[in-house]
Design a protein around this ligand. Structure first.
Ligand SMILES: Nc1ncnc2c1ncn2[C@@H]1O[C@H](COP(=O)(O)OP(=O)(O)O)[C@@H](O)[C@H]1O
Ligand SMILES: O=C(O)C(=O)C[C@H](O)[C@H](O)COP(=O)(O)O
Length: 306
């Protein structure tokens, strides 16, 4: 029986524990989960392949995914549900500590996973342990059946065990990919080079489209003959929380690519403009949940987060 055509996202799902001057709060998160929920909010039917614990945090993640219409294809977790504890001091970058489950995350590619991948119009991969050679082999074998692959390496310093092996695994997977998203932090952590140099390297590997995000400096797409850069989009209100902004950009660009592969610089510019608008909306509300610019109309943004 033909499976419903759902996009598949493969990667991490976890509880984000945020500690700052105002106390401790918990959010359902994970880069891959953020992309899956973001796609669903953009109207794209989506399944998430991720490891979830058989525990209360796992139930919370399952409930959250159900609320947002994301189908979960879960791998069991012997160490319970993954957790990221981030501590934010005023003005500083957050520091992350990941529990054992997050560091030892593993996805198993069984019949359900393989059927979903084979039927998917796009498979997005984020925050998988490319430094585990056996898992990377299994991933590459499983996604060989996919028609379109998008990758965000998202190495995260606190989950990285072997930088050189991660680069090898990432590049093996990225070489045939349609879309690869990278940021300044990936270029620095994995290669110790600039984002422009990493973009050139990925183009040289044969990546179809490289999406390079630059935080407050916007983003760039290099695809075929197209090379488009845009600044961040201006919206009312201030930047409240940039967590998940990169995931929202990936979800938005992936959703556009599914609608029709851009074939010109102008088409890629429109795709990137939409993604910058979505990122600007996402940054104006606390939490990593993708926000649509058109949905913020009724909110007095100048009062949010103040
Ligand atoms: N400080 C910021 N001010 C304004 N926009 C931001 C800021 N940080 C991120 N963004 C928006 O979110 C997008 C993705 O953010 P970025 O930090 O580059 O992604 P990642 O978290 O994946 O590195 C940017 O291209 C931009 O549109
Ligand atoms: O929700 C979570 O737990 C996350 O892991 C959010 C991360 O901060 C982003 O997913 C990092 O990914 P980028 O946005 O691509 O840099």
């Amino acid at each position: 029986m033909a499976a419903e055509s759902r996009v598949v996202v493969i990667g991490d799902a976890l509880i984000d524990e945020l500690r700052d001057d105002s106390g401790v709060r918990e959010f359902v998160g994970g880069a891959a989960l953020n992309v899956a929920v973001g796609l669903s909010r953009l109207g794209v039917p989506t399944s998430l392949i991720a490891m979830i614990g058989d525990d209360e945090p796992g139930e919370r993640i399952r409930g959250f995914l159900a609320d947002y219409g994301v189908e979960l294809i879960a791998s069991a977790s012997p160490h319970g549900t993954s957790r990221a504890v981030s501590t934010r001091s005023a003005g500083g970058e957050p520091t992350y500590v990941f529990n054992t489950a997050a560091q030892q995350r593993r996805v198993v590619y069984g019949a359900a996973e393989r059927a979903a991948i084979a039927a998917a119009p796009l498979v997005a991969i984020s925050c998988v342990p490319f430094d585990d050679r056996a898992q990377t082999d299994e991933l590459i074998d499983a996604v060989a059946a996919a028609s379109v692959v998008a990758i965000d390496p998202n190495p995260r310093a606190g989950m990285l065990h072997d930088r050189d092996e991660f680069v090898r695994g990432f590049e093996r997977a990225a070489a045939g990919a349609t879309l690869v998203k990278v940021g300044d932090d990936d270029a620095e952590l994995l290669y110790g080079i600039s984002l422009d140099a990493l973009t050139d390297r990925l183009v040289g590997l044969g990546v179809g489209a490289v999406l390079a995000t630059r935080g407050s400096a916007g983003a760039r797409i290099v695809a075929g003959g197209a090379d488009v850069s845009l600044p961040v989009s201006a919206l009312p209100g201030r930047i409240v929380d940039t967590m998940g902004a990169g995931d929202a950009v990936l979800a938005s660009v992936a959703a556009s690519v599914i609608e029709g592969r851009p074939e010109s610089g102008d088409a890629w510019r429109a795709v990137l403009q939409r993604a910058m608008d979505v990122a600007a909306a996402t940054c104006r509300v606390e939490g990593a949940l993708l926000r649509l610019p058109e949905s913020l109309g009724g909110i007095d943004l100048d009062r949010i987060g103040t």
